[in-house]
Design a protein around this ligand. Sequence first.
Ligand code: PEP
Ligand code: MG
Length: 328
Amino acid sequence: RQAAYAALRDVQPTSLDGKRVQVMINAGLRDDIANLSLTGADGIGLFRTEFQFLVSATLPQRERQTRLYRDVMDAAGDKPVVFRTVDIGGDKTLPYLRHDDGEGEENPAMGWRALRVALERDGLLKAQARALLEAGAGRTLNVMFPMVAEPWEFDAAKAVFDGQLAYLKQRKRLLPEAIRYGVMLEVPALADQLDLLGPKISFLSIGTNDLTQFLFAADRSNPKLAERYDWLSPAILRFIRRSVRSLDGFNVDIGVCGEMGGRRLEALALMGLGINRMSITPASVGPIKELVGKVHLGEIGAAMEGWLASPPADLRAAISEWAAERGI
Ligand code: PEP
Ligand code: MG
């Protein structure tokens, strides 16, 4: 099978009804860059910038950040890279970045993390914004904000980028050719407000790891709860469908960057919801490319409509059977 997947490296994943599906990888370290050419993925749909912070004993200097971002974009060439601003805090504590109150939190996953830290310690976000804008000079820069719960958080984070952009402009520095901003959908509170962000963002990336733990109130890192929810449940699929539909009519690319997109039946279900952009772990690129080639998007879309309108008792079994009947 490995050989079969390797043979798919140069294949552009296209469905049976001729629709191109973007299969991208998640990355976070310099060493991950090689996975782009190894898998032949369409780009890096999630670059977790906090990894550089987590492996460093001190706050990474801005120049070091710039160098990493530039190297990643150089290596990616024409393929897009989506940089997510730091998702630290919570359980990913850094010795050099502590909450003013000092001690640990009872619920770190829903605590002082990600954009919440970045907006409060805005020196951190300013440095990262400058590093990204400098690294993106002369090219298209994709910036994504994690854990956005309210539209104002997007506005505040973007304002930090605008401030740094104005600074660079004033100094007549080479700027990015284009800047595309996006948000992750990880906090359910954002879902019913996506239309408010519609005119402001270029893309939305559904972070199914956090989104499902918050939807089901089930800690994603607690193995005891792993059986508490199924990604192929009406609760999740209807939620995603509603979120995607709320952006109809806006010029917003929609994708998934959580682990869900890297699993066969789950990816099939996502395609049935009209999602044609998956950013996944590199090992899943081969299997998902193969899957795309066997799927008729129109058919799975119609089947999904039926299932979600009146869900069968075991939706996973229904999807699995549907796939087996078609040799998927
Ligand atoms: C997610 O929450 O689905 C996600 C992709 O982000 P992370 O796994 O880094 O929290
Ligand atoms: Mg997340």
